[in-house]
Ligand binder design. Structure first.
Ligand SMILES: *[C@@H]1O[C@H](CO)[C@@H](O)[C@H](O)[C@H]1NC(C)=O
Ligand SMILES: *[C@@H]1O[C@H](CO)[C@@H](O)[C@H](O)[C@H]1NC(C)=O
Ligand SMILES: *[C@@H]1O[C@H](CO)[C@@H](O)[C@H](O)[C@H]1NC(C)=O
Ligand SMILES: *[C@@H]1O[C@H](CO)[C@@H](O)[C@H](O)[C@H]1NC(C)=O
Length: 415
């Protein structure tokens, strides 16, 4: 395993330093509680896939930390005619659960597990060896602390899900009877975004596995829902296929709505959908819906803040983050604000973390090769708090990152 220190940060030439006055200073490793947590994304480069970590400071800002080899190589799907950011057409390629990080090597068809250092969460250590992902072109990972299941979504020629459990020093081992295939007609690497897999998550009770699959408009995609056997971890033989409400076509990210048996899925064909899974014999109680976002170009990622009670959807084409308030009774959504990032920044994977009692949204900007930190001060009142460029420091360390391979954003907060 190879560790590379990325300490010491230089401002990128394109960045107006007046807008971003904070000083990213090298940090002193070792002291306990020096950081509130860490944020992780994937370089996903074809000659070596690295997890790049940044410290989350106690005030919510990030400081570039280290890189650790993920045990394989990255890859990107083809999106003719022009390459664009979002190589995996996915959300959730890197996932934190408990004191572990799980991720995949999309070009090696493997899934890998890491433990987070208790004193310095920017330091990760691989547990065992990467395991075969049970398919081709893995793009998303779900991890359940309750059941210990780790499920991977594959999107190449062999597409579907497969689940694993942690087995001591061996790392991850496949759980029998969990490989379930979609049989989408795809290639490895796949071509998309239409007809590709998007994200895999557990439902909030952690009794079901849910994966999103994009359609080929006007043919809508679907969510696949499997029951999990509580004793063995096996998945039901077949999945229930849930289409988006009328108007939806490309279900992408899956964000559970706390306190509801429902989730929000972004949909880059129009905006987003609400999927209501509440048992209902009464059609009046169907609270599912698909909602357009005016001027949207590629609304693909989403996150939820328990402090503001609102969802945030991220559009990489319009470089916009839209904040949505969802009525608890009707699940009717209202867009309460839009936040526009730098022109052409291509914000992609994003996650909310609570730091010192406040929520922050951590956003990976593919084109600017930076992490934006949005302070979520109150409902409807988010603001850009920091932008941390990383490409110069990564390059100085001898590693590579580029806008067309970067993917993923996950956070860990020291408890
Ligand atoms: C946040 O904390 C970091 C680390 O202590 C410090 O370098 C930075 O100046 C602080 N930034 C703000 C905006 O308070
Ligand atoms: C995909 O093909 C396999 C093998 O033929 C089959 O067992 C499985 O049921 C198929 N899946 C779907 C969703 O049709
Ligand atoms: C729920 O309502 C939406 C929007 O009116 C509709 O598209 C969808 O088919 C309905 N679902 C069910 C299960 O009736
Ligand atoms: C934004 O960038 C695009 C090219 O990426 C350019 O065509 C456009 O004029 C820019 N818009 C603004 C407002 O700067």
């Amino acid at each position: 395993m190879k560790f590379i220190a990325l300490i010491g940060v230089t401002t990128l030439p394109g960045l107006a330093s007046a807008s971003f006055p904070w000083n990213l200073s090298p940090f002193n490793s070792g002291a306990a509680n020096q950081f509130a947590g860490a944020a992780y994304f994937l370089s996903n480069e074809p000659d070596g896939n690295y997890i790049i970590s940044s410290a989350i400071n106690h005030n919510g800002t990030v400081t570039l930390g280290q890189a650790v080899w993920a045990g394989g190589i990255g890859a990107r799907g083809t999106n003719d005619p022009n390459p664009a950011p979002d190589p995996l057409f996915s959300q959730g390629v890197i996932t934190v659960s408990g004191k572990n990080v799980f991720t995949v090597n999309p070009g090696s068809n493997t899934v890998a597990m890491f433990s987070i250092d208790g004193n310095d969460p920017t330091q990760l250590t691989m547990v065992g060896q990467p395991a075969n992902s049970g398919g081709e072109f893995p793009v998303s990972v779900a991890a359940s602390q309750k059941t210990g299941l780790i499920c991977v979504l594959n999107g190449g020629v062999v597409n579907g899900v497969s689940c694993f459990k942690h087995s001591g020093a061996k790392g991850l081992v496949q759980v029998p009877d969990t490989q379930r295939l979609f049989n989408l007609t795809q290639t490895t690497p796949p071509s998309g975004p239409p007809n590709t897999v998007s994200q895999v998550i557990f439902n909030q009770a952690e009794t079901q596995l849910i994966a999103s699959v994009k359609g080929i408009p006007p043919q809508p995609g679907f969510l696949a829902v499997w029951d999990i056997n509580a004793q063995t971890g096996a998945l039901s033989q077949n999945f229930v296929s849930v289409p988006p409400a009328t108007g939806g076509a490309l279900p992408f990210s899956l964000t559970p709505l706390p306190g509801q048996n429902a989730l929000l899925a972004t949909d880059p064909s129009t905006g987003y959908s609400i999927f209501d899974f509440a048992p209902s014999s009464n059609i009046k109680k169907n609270r599912s819906g698909t909602y357009p976002v005016q001027g949207q170009k590629a609304t693909c990622w989403s996150a939820f803040s328990t402090k503001t009670g609102n969802a945030y959807i991220i559009d990489s084409g319009a470089q916009t983050i839209s904040e949505i308030s969802i009525n608890a009774a009707s699940l009717a959504p209202t867009i309460v604000n839009h936040y526009v990032l730098a022109n052409g920044s291509a914000p992609i994977d994003s996650e909310v973390a609570t730091v010192g009692g406040k929520d922050f949204l951590y956003v990976l900007s593919a084109n600017r090769q930076s992490i934006y930190v949005m302070a979520l001060d109150a409902p409807g009142k988010a603001r850009i708090f920091q932008e941390m460029p990383f490409s110069n420091s990564v390059t100085k360390s001898g590693l590579t990152t580029d806008p067309f391979h970067l993917q993923g954003l996950a956070t860990y907060i020291v408890s």
